[in-house]
Write a protein that binds this ligand. Structure first.
Ligand code: ARG
Length: 588
């Protein structure tokens, strides 16, 4: 189904053509002056030079051709040459009925869907999730859902940090505490216990302890490095411990991400590609892409057009060890081999911008990807506290993600139960659903690359540009629909009718913009466009609601049209919040 703007542009283009002008001038856009018109066309201004004619003359010529138009109710040529447009009520209603009847509201699906991998989350095992993990999870999840909705074949990959020194540190600290464990007996040949010798809370305490010790005690660090090396060379007992760490940690990560409605198709990690590194290094050397610089193996990635210095991409450190870069390159290789993605999207902190620039250039130059493979880094800004500095606990420490979520849940519960008699269990559940909308919408409504202030009071408010406001609107629609149903109401099969009021028409035009908005949100990997859209839509709905006695309407024709309008509004709002990664309760 054509996007609404394209559809009305077609009619405008026909008019330009029949009036003797280039049809491409007939592009229609949303109005800059909603007080004067709904849409506008500036083609006459652009055509003035070409046709050596006053723009207003062209505009008038075109307007004449649109008398009796199917799409436009009014076409006004105004000085200096704009075309101010209003569309026909019936035309919009018909379009919306088409949207309701179509799959995904009639959104066109790509002829050749892209294979896309979204790399997001990126937690490190054995470390608790903290607030720094919130943004990649929320943004990545939404980007994944939007791309999937747009008809592409999308996989989300968590890309766990599950290799390297952190593992050696944990193993070292374990040995320190429980040296008699069989894992540390070199001559042990039996099976290892199925049960891990630690719980998740112990694990989460072991890592920071070990990390702190290694910073003060050189010999301890030396041992941790040796343990890392032993693990990487495949010593059985260490390998078994690593499996335990993974099991315990991943189970906990899954639970935490699940609470955030974030889920990954691939739970791959850095460890999965370690076996590919030697072959990759050989290839880079053999093809002459990599050379030794100060003992390290590097690939030059600077280009003539660079305006800032882009340092070489290091593949191996001077001691021969692999590093963060090496693993990301090997992961690209792995993905190309097993999935052949057309696109890889990485969602990390924007402080990694330069890093990904180096990685992408290196992957291209060394032909690890195809020339047409699209590599995209979405670098997000910092989540700040009200003081404008990176978000911290009251004591100034790093806040665990669980704590943050709990705080918002409690605040929401307080709001929901304030001065009201509600069932405790239901209130808890509703609070959780609404709290998630507060957190996610609060984040996603900002352009990802910008820093933002995590403002609990603002985010949890039921008014304004917030998640709870959107949910409140959805719940309101559901409740009206229920009331009509209780009355013996008009069923769900009716069609939308011509708008009865300005507010109703405005709501309808908002709905008509869904497909165009979705296309942009996908193309620009921009969840904030979905937020901006549903905020406008919720406002338009609430204006209509305040002006209209829906339930009391006696004309059954009109009322069934409104039911159809409400259903479409509810469905589009619910689809959009799903794309943002949260849900709405039945009541609140
Ligand atoms: N685990 C890394 C960290 O904690 C983030 C991984 C980001 N993704 C990637 N493909 N490099 O910093």
């Amino acid at each position: 189904m054509k996007k609404f703007l394209d559809l009305i542009s077609e009619e405008m283009k026909d008019a330009f053509e029949t009036a003797g002008y280039d049809r491409e001038l007939g592009k229609v856009t949303l109005s800059n002056r909603p007080d004067l018109c709904e849409y506008q066309c500036n083609g006459a201004m652009a055509g003035a030079k070409v046709y050596k004619k006053a723009p207003i003359m062209i505009a008038r010529d075109v307007a004449k051709k649109l008398v009796g138009s199917k799409a436009f109710a009014s076409v006004e040529a105004v000085n200096p040459g704009f075309l101010n447009l209003k569309v026909q009520e019936g035309f919009v209603a018909e379009y919306l009925n088409g949207m309701r009847a179509g799959e995904k509201f009639g959104m066109d699906m790509p002829e050749n869907p892209c294979k896309i991998i979204v790399d997001y989350g990126g937690p490190n095992v054995a470390k608790p999730l903290h607030v720094g993990h919130l943004r990649p999870a929320i943004i990545g999840e939404s980007i994944k859902r939007i791309a999937r909705y747009a008809g592409h074949d999308v996989l989300g990959d968590i890309h766990l940090g599950d290799w390297g020194l952190q593992m050696g540190l944990i193993i070292t600290e374990l040995e320190e505490r429980q040296p008699s464990l069989v894992y540390f007996q070199e001559d042990y040949e039996g099976d290892y216990p199925a049960e891990a010798p630690f719980t998740i809370s112990e694990l989460e305490e072991i890592y920071p302890t070990a990390s702190a010790k290694s910073k003060e005690d050189a010999a301890y660090k030396e041992r941790a490095m040796e343990a890392t090396f032993k693990l990487q060379s495949g010593i059985r007992g260490y390998r078994a411990l690593w499996n335990h760490i993974m099991q315990v940690s991943v189970a906990d990560l899954k639970k935490n991400y699940e609470n955030l409605l974030v889920d990954f198709d691939l739970w791959k990690g850095e460890s999965d590609v370690q076996g590919l590194i030697p072959g990759m290094v050989d290839y880079l050397k053999k093809e002459g892409y990599a050379h030794i610089s100060d003992g390290a193996l590097v690939v030059d990635v600077k280009e003539d057009t660079d305006t800032k210095e882009i340092p070489p991409c290091m593949v191996l450190k001077s001691d021969g060890a692999s590093l963060y870069n090496t693993t990301d390159l090997a992961t690209i290789m792995d993905r190309m081999e097993y999935f052949q993605p057309d696109r890889m999207i990485y969602v990390t902190d924007k402080r990694q911008d330069l890093y990904f620039e180096q990685i992408f250039r290196c992957a291209r130059k060394t032909k690890l990807v195809k020339p047409e493979t699209d590599l995209l880094h979405i670098g997000f800004g910092t989540m700040n506290g009200k003081d404008g500095k990176p978000f911290k606990t009251r004591e100034g420490g790093v806040m665990r993600l669980e704590m943050l979520v709990k705080e918002i849940n409690d605040e929401m519960y307080r709001k929901i139960t304030d001065n009201r008699q509600v069932d405790e269990e239901e209130a808890r559940q509703t609070a959780q659903v609404v709290a998630l909308s507060a957190i996610k919408y609060g984040d996603l409504s900002n352009q990802a690359s910008k820093d933002y202030i995590f403002d609990v009071d603002k985010f949890t408010s039921f008014e304004g540009d917030t998640g709870p406001y959107i949910l409140y609107t959805i719940v309101r629609i559901k409740s009206i629909l229920n009331k009509i149903k209780e009355q013996g109401g008009s069923g769900e099969k009716g069609l939308l009718k011509e708008a009865q009021s300005g507010a109703e028409k405005a709501l309808m035009l908002n709905l008509a913009g869904f497909n165009g908005m979705m296309e942009t949100a996908y193309k620009e990997t921009a969840p904030h466009k979905v937020c901006a859209y549903i905020y406008d839509l919720a406002n338009a709905f609430n204006r209509f609601y305040h002006e209209t006695k829906i339930v009391a309407q006696e004309d059954e024709e009109i009322k069934s049209g409104w039911v159809a309008l409400l259903l479409l509004t509810r469905d589009i709002l619910e689809t959009c919040i799903d794309l943002l990664g949260f849900t709405a309760p039945e009541r609140m």
